[in-house]
Design a protein around this ligand. Structure first.
Ligand code: GAP
Length: 525
């Protein structure tokens, strides 16, 4: 096992052991690429999303929030282009049957004729050996045929078995579709197919008929939160009269039928996004793209990610969507390497124009103070351009876990080894643990009284008297609790407690009445 895999395995194991992330429906064998955030993970993700909302909406005057439905009119996805082009190129391996994304498959050097080195994955190896025997195929990458298929020279091979014998690429739309209203989709399909077969139609025509029959009840689970902010643009402008530049922010669940299973919650079928559409006058996209790049990089650091683990990756021209005039990813250095945490794109006026064309409604903005550049007269009506910082909260929570994860070795006496999550106090699921040293002599009661003070101040503190004190410290280190307050024999006489700081394990005595203030100060930093 590589170092990377070992680190990831430890993080995944801690996430389960300590209640951060569980596999969805685990007792039934799980659901591929679906996860549940447990008691600690729910707090961590919520804290992260609250920080984003605070930074984007509550700390500024130019951005308002939105909380839109997940299901929207299907025309939204037609106008936005998601129906026609929100897809991944899928390929089947003709040797082992693996279905995979062409753009994520392992690359091979151009013109490579190196022998195929099959991973020793029994099923694939046995299948290829059988096919070899039957068809006399030699194990090289080019110019050979397998069961009638030409070894592909597309520059990639099957990620499971390394074979170059691949089906054609097919576009696979990532949107989940479902049906709304009192429809029986299966009944409709059966009736439509029966009628089409009776009239002698071919497969392609039958498919088109079925699509038509289902179209009126088909709705899609949103694959991004962004579109609602474009579609509600005129209502928000009418209701709030914002002065341009201004933004609409939204966070919530999005759904993508991801085929590739990748790195724990990094790529999941259901995930939370934190997106903001910033509307600016034409020509100002590049300026605001720079602004939002800086803001977002600063924010990720403010929630605790180390600067050295963050970088920008500018999209190459051939990677840019046709309507975008600039895009940068904020990449995080995950244990497996650099990967996308957030995309910050200048999207021109594409989205508003697309929805104006699709709906027949005006999606423009009138600025009475601006001068119309064409007439030179005061008052300018235009379609705003958009800069969009689009971050993942689920992916963000994983980055936060990876960044905070730390192991401290034992000292010379073989003692003191520990695993600790160095979470920013504002993200920590539990801000303070209050621990009676023993379960007698009034200590539990004194500890509960301190917990009450925290709860009255709106701070999530936990009473914890299970196991020896060392074990409790270890448990709270692993969930990232920044402060442990221990009530002991001295507390009754002088109303002090021991405060233990998670990061350096330093301990000191403070007045029990100061505890809330100490934690409040840490939360303000
Ligand atoms: N509106 C633009 C948009 O949705 P995106 O790059 O597809 O852009 C934005 O998604 C962010 O959402 C990504 O940077 C990532 O953090 C998160 N994200 C996208 N697909 C995801 C998935 N399958 N699982 C977890 N997070 C995902």
């Amino acid at each position: 096992m590589s170092q990377t895999e070992a680190t990831m395995q430890k993080i995944v194991s801690l996430a389960k052991r300590r209640g951060f992330v569980f596999q969805s429906s685990e007792i039934y064998g799980g659901l591929r690429s679906a996860y549940d955030f447990g008691p600690m993970g729910a707090e961590l993700k919520r804290n992260l999303m609250n920080e984003w909302w605070r930074a984007m909406v509550h700390s500024r005057e130019d951005i308002v929030g939105l909380d839109a439905s997940i299901l929207m009119h299907p025309q939204v996805w037609k106008s936005s282009g998601h129906l026609s082009s929100f897809s991944d190129p899928l390929v089947d391996c003709l040797v082992c049957g693996e279905r995979f994304r062409a753009d994520k498959a392992p690359r091979v050097a151009e013109g490579s004729d190196a022998p195929i080195t099959l991973a020793d994955k029994g099923r694939a190896k046995a299948a290829l050996e059988k096919l070899q025997e039957a068809h006399g195929v030699s194990l090289t990458r080019s110019g050979k045929t397998l069961a009638g298929a030409q070894a592909s020279d597309r520059g990639y091979v099957c990620p499971n078995c390394g074979s170059p014998f691949l089906s054609d690429e097919r576009q696979f739309n990532l949107m989940f579709r479902t049906f709304m209203g009192p429809v029986d989709p299966i009944g409709k399909v059966v009736d439509t197919v029966r009628a089409a077969v009776e009239s002698g139609e071919d497969g392609k025509a039958i498919r088109a008929r079925v699509e038509d029959a289902l179209a009126e009840s088909t709705v899609y689970m949103r694959p991004e939160t962004a579109q609602a902010m474009f579609v509600q643009f005129p209502n928000v402008v009418q209701a709030m009269s914002p002065k341009i530049p201004f933004g609409i922010a939204q966070m919530g669940k999005s759904f993508r039928n991801e085929v590739t299973v990748e790195h724990f919650v990094f790529r999941s079928v259901e995930f939370e996004q934190m997106e903001m559409e910033y509307f600016v006058p034409p020509g100002e996209g590049p300026k605001w793209l720079d602004y939002w790049k800086d803001e977002r990089m600063r924010w990720w650091q403010s929630v605790g990610l180390k600067a050295e683990n963050l970088r920008f990756r500018e999209h190459d021209d051939d990677e840019l969507a046709h309507y975008s005039d600039g895009c940068f990813d904020v990449d995080y250095q995950f244990p497996w390497g650099w990967d996308e945490l957030e995309g910050i794109a200048s999207r021109t006026d594409y989205d508003l124009k697309a929805h104006a064309a699709g709906s027949g409604k005006k999606l423009d903005y009138f600025d009475p103070q601006a001068t119309n550049p064409e007439t030179g007269k005061p008052g300018w009506r235009f379609v705003p351009h958009v800069v969009e910082p689009a971050a993942g909260a689920t992916r963000g929570a994983l980055a936060i876990l990876c960044d905070a994860y730390d192991e401290e070795p034992a000292d010379a006496d073989g003692k003191g080894a520990r695993t600790v999550l160095r979470l920013h106090p504002r993200l920590a699921p539990v801000k303070a643990a209050v621990l009676p040293l023993v379960k007698k002599d009034g200590m539990p009661e004194a500890a509960r009284a301190i917990v009450e003070q925290f709860l009255d101040a709106g701070i999530n503190a936990k009473f914890d008297q299970q196991h020896a004190i060392g074990k409790r410290y270890a448990r709270h280190d692993e969930i990232g609790t920044p402060f442990c307050l221990t009530v002991d024999g001295q507390t009754a006489s002088d109303e002090t407690v021991t405060i233990r700081y998670r990061d350096d394990r330093r301990q000191e005595r403070i007045a029990a009445s100061e505890a809330v203030t100490v934690v409040q100060e840490a939360l303000r930093r």
